[in-house]
Ligand binder design. Structure first.
Ligand code: KMH
Ligand code: ZN
Length: 282
């Protein structure tokens, strides 16, 4: 079988957009993309601005978070039809989603799925990721040939990733891509110091990593990530202001800012084809 090269220009910057999330109510933030039409439009705009991957949470007709399989499947199809973005479905869902439903997300056959490496306090809630669930989801991703993105909310999650890779081997395709999710109340802080500590302990098998800082930590984390050679995740899932007191207008604005920050660091947005090479996808 033809082996794709995993060499990607080190100056290329993977920008992932996380446009919706599960935490913000449409009523509170009408510019949040919650319908399929809004999501597709956002995806196209963000791809044009420099994003190469999209991290997707979907909503129902009342704009509430859902893991409805038919909707997820339609969403994957619509995004594939209208963009060339790498389509990553969230298996985290909302803090209220049962673990069984979160496993079924892979039935929608996305290119990639998020895979959080442990339970974390999440504001006043708990984002539950018990070890047996993490193992089941990981093995399912290997079986279904879906490339996981390991979500690391805490240093303990980095240790859990070592344990997972040692026990079950590499993901489908062989790329180990992580995203440091920082500044969640209950997880590691969104600081340069915490980022450096997490990156220093990543397993040797890791082939690429990005970082995102929640809320006001978005800029310190983005700058720290760039200075350590990492990639960026941005979007309304993680931040709703572009600066203190000024609401984000749309996701494209956040992608454009990521491109501008990357430009300062002499990094250029990675193309979708390069992202597929980086993640060792067909
Ligand atoms: N909505 C959070 C509870 C993921 O997408 O995998 C979990 C989350 C992580 O957003
Ligand atoms: Zn998410």
């Amino acid at each position: 079988m033809e082996q794709r090269s995993s060499a990607v220009d080190p100056q290329a910057l993977l920008i992932t957009v996380a446009p919706t999330g599960a935490e913000t109510a449409k009523a509170d933030f009408p510019q949040l993309p919650t319908t399929l039409e809004e999501l597709v439009q956002t995806a196209q705009d963000c791809e044009a601005a420099g994003a190469a991957m999209i991290h997707v949470h979907i909503r129902d007709d009342e704009h509430r978070p859902t893991l409805d399989l038919a909707r997820l499947t339609d969403t994957v199809a619509a995004l594939r039809e209208s963009t060339d973005l790498v389509v990553q479905l969230s298996t985290g869902g909302s803090v209220h989603d049962p673990l069984e439903d979160r496993l079924k997300v892979l039935d929608a056959a996305p290119d990639s799925c998020s895979l959080t490496m442990g339970t974390t306090n999440f504001g006043d809630d708990v984002f539950s990721n018990p070890w047996p669930f993490v193992c089941d989801l990981y093995q399912l991703s290997q079986e279904r040939q879906v490339v996981p993105e390991f979500e690391l909310f805490d240093l303990g999650h980095v240790a859990a990733l070592h344990r997972l890779l040692d026990r079950y081997g590499l993901p489908h395709g062989g790329a180990v891509h992580c995203d440091l999710v920082m500044g969640v109340p209950g997880g590691m802080p969104g600081t340069a110091d915490a980022l450096v500590a997490a990156v220093a302990t990543l397993p040797g098998q890791v082939t690429s990593w990005s970082a995102t800082g929640i809320g006001r930590t978005t800029l310190p984390v983005a700058l720290a990530s760039l200075s350590k050679g990492g990639h960026l995740r941005v979007g309304m899932e993680d931040v709703l202001t572009i600066r203190k007191g000024e609401q984000v207008v749309n996701n494209r604005q956040l992608v454009e800012r990521a491109v501008a920050l990357g430009d300062l660091a002499q990094r250029r947005p990675m193309t979708t084809a390069e992202a597929r090479t980086l993640l060792r996808m067909k």
